[in-house]
Write a protein that binds this ligand. Structure first.
Ligand SMILES: [Zn+2]
Length: 367
């Protein structure tokens, strides 16, 4: 029974909620879960990535406002509630040496300021479960990494009555997840396209898969039914997503057959779990009042002040240079498309450092 449960998804920019875990949120909404998406920044430093809209003066005049309208449309399509944390997009620094981050941006805000803002939203919405990105941010955009840092910091503080006492009544969400574009998903979609004799949009991702640390996927949420809703939400971010781009190259029914789940990595759990699992709320009391009581109770803390957890994600294994080279050799001969980073789904396309291989920054493997 999901009725009345509350799920919060913390994202960096408007459109990330539609490219990462969107079908999961749509599914839970359909089951009666209240879902709140938090966008830490307004995506103000984004570029227009849809070739059909690139020179539209109405868009370039005030991209931030256009993105607010796009976000509102996507929220309606997904059926989620949405709130802005109100911080300013840090942009993706480019050049060698890298320029400093722009003054006043999200990634440079003092951690107490960003944490308090999110603690306030957590204590008001009172989620039982939170999703965010892993410690690499899914890929190393300063806002994505900071989204991870702030979410973990706010998760730690939200249930502590001595932390930010003016930011609401303490509330301790019981589980935190990292949303993932797993290697298994990319492989399955890639192979399904090749089996059909069609061009795979994942060649470049495949090439870089083994270079990423392997994540431990703990949770597969069945949500294939909502892939169409996810695509509609993505298309609502019209300035950020090319409707003829790679996002939409794998036919819906192929995706639904080849990989009908979205993947998550359980980061922290205060309740007992039985892994792998297929529900973000697994382990929580089925009775809503009991689940709420659990979140109102102050967790035990270790000497560092961390809530004492029943489960904590292991740190990912780094691949050795030899392991990576052996794998990359298989793919180097293949033609690598240049559009892949578009799959990332927002404003950071084609901003690799000079001399850097496609996907070295992880963009090609994150979406
Ligand atoms: Zn983003």
């Amino acid at each position: 029974m999901s009725e009345g449960r509350r799920l919060m998804a913390v994202h960096a920019h408007p459109d990330d909620e539609s490219s990462k875990g969107a079908a999961t949120t749509a599914k839970y909404v359909a089951e009666g879960v209240e879902v709140m998406v938090v966008s830490c920044t307004g995506g103000e430093r984004g570029d227009v990535l849809n070739p059909k809209l690139i020179d539209d003066p109405d868009i370039t005049r005030d991209l931030a406002e256009v993105r607010r309208r796009e976000m509102a449309r996507a929220a309606k399509i997904l059926g989620i509630r949405h709130t802005w944390l109100g911080f300013v997009d840090s942009g993706l620094p480019e050049g060698d040496p890298l320029p400093p981050l722009p003054e006043g941006c999200f990634a440079l805000e003092p951690i107490e300021v960003t944490t308090e803002a999110l603690v306030r939203v957590i204590r008001e919405f009172r989620p039982h479960v939170i999703t965010t990105y892993d410690e690499n941010g899914g890929y190393p955009h300063p806002d994505h990494i900071m989204t991870h840092v702030v979410t973990m910091s706010a998760w730690r503080a939200a249930g502590d009555p001595t932390a930010y006492p003016h930011a609401g009544e303490p509330w301790q969400p019981q589980k935190v997840y990292y949303s993932a574009w797993s290697a298994a998903r990319i492989r399955a979609l890639h192979e399904a396209m090749l089996e059909l004799g069609q061009e795979s949009p994942y060649v470049e991702w495949m090439q870089n898969l083994d270079k990423r640390p392997e994540r431990t996927i703990t949770t597969h949420v069945e949500c294939a039914e909502y892939y169409g809703v996810r695509d509609d939400a993505l298309r609502a971010h019209a300035t950020q997503v090319d409707p003829d781009g790679n996002w939409f190259r794998v036919p819906l029914e192929v995706q639904q057959r080849a990989y009908p789940v979205e993947d998550y990595e359980l980061a922290r759990s205060l309740v007992g779990v039985d892994l792998p699992e297929d529900d973000l709320f697994a382990g929580l009391p089925t009775d809503l009042t009991e689940a709420d009581q659990l979140c109102r109770r102050e967790p035990e803390r270790d000497p560092e002040g961390e809530p004492v957890v029943v489960f904590r994600a292991p740190l990912p294994q780094e691949r050795t240079e030899e392991e990576y080279s052996a794998h990359a050799a298989e793919y180097d001969a293949q033609e690598v498309g240049d559009e892949m980073t578009e799959v990332e789904g927002h404003h950071d396309r084609d901003r690799r450092q000079p001399g850097q291989r496609a996907g070295d920054d992880g963009t090609a493997a994150s979406a």
